[in-house]
Design a protein around this ligand. Sequence first.
Ligand code: ASP
Ligand code: MG
Length: 409
Amino acid sequence: MALYVHKYGGTSVGSAERIQHVADNVIQARQRGEDIVVVVSAMSGETNRLVTLAREIQPAPDPREMDVLLATGEQVTIALLAMALQQRGCQATSYTGGQVAIVTDKVHTKARILDIDTQRIRADLATGRVVVVAGFQGVSESGDITTLGRGGSDTTAVALAAALRADECLIYTDVDGVYTTDPRVEPKARRLERITFEEMLEMASLGSKVLQIRSVEFAGKYNVPLRVLSSFQEGAGTLISYEDDSMEKPLISGIAFNRDEAKLTMLGVPDRPGIASRILGPVAAANIEVDMIVQNVSEDGTTNFTFTVNRGDYARALSILGTISAELGAREVLGDDSIVKVSIVGVGMRSHAGIAAKMFDTLAAEGINIQMISTSEIKISVVLNEKYLELAVRSLHEAFELDKAAVSG
Ligand code: ASP
Ligand code: MG
């Protein structure tokens, strides 16, 4: 029998009414003859409420106790959903992460799953029951409750689907799929029918926050087909899987962007071995994540060194750079926290030349100055002044014809 894991996010279980709707959806799947394991999040807003509450009591809450607290959100929704299913004559049992032995390491508030014992779930499925599992939580080897980091229910669902060798993991949410870009920036953005794991990782890490990134990595690693779809409206959503020959292969699948960027430059650094590590070492030591890095060719024995960080880390990075710059005898440190990153993403570009040229032509035609460029096999990113974000996204969307459905072949 086909086995599916359904995951319903916070808005999909945000009220008694919404939970009833989820129960109806699960029962429809049962009527098609599918075995179903359901993973739910806490009701929308609940995890935030608990975090706020904790901080009112203890400014830096004890991580172990934080997990005991946060895990309650999902415990509410699993019980309510099991009740809603039973009320409809469908046999259902709810389980916390610990009860179905979702074993994690003991890094409280951002634990990683080590192992899942599927015995109990399989036994229930064999008797025709729907199994409802709390997302986002597990248990450490010493028996303490752990949580998997914000958005972690996606990862629970994928991990369960992998452990159970489910046919597909369906992520029900409040959007009807993954789009070619953010529809709030480009209303002509189109839902993608399929996208690869690699593309999704690029889209997710660049700001299309539909899925917890870790869940996509997990799904790719264990080859679990993932489908993102709406619990509010009918539709096939977007399937995230490996590339196969039947797949439509547009050059570009989507345009991702990140407004949360800042740029730092050290001018006139002596060009010697060890400079990059001398500059970036202290930045990494301060736990600041560095994204793009560019070092210019050297002129008169000195060079310019530029990198980008999250805007939230800008002030700290600037002050660290000030100190290093004095030590190294660099000429000047410059910073700019009004930049954005725009990226075109697509596995199709692997086998096509000229994609970068087309991107740069398009931006040039709009008079948009490119400040930095970086490329990978399936992505080209540019850094721009933030005032150009909308224009850049829309003109690229048009140039690569993303508003037109790709011809499947
Ligand atoms: N309830 C948790 C959160 O809000 C986990 C999840 O919803 O995926 O982050
Ligand atoms: Mg979520």
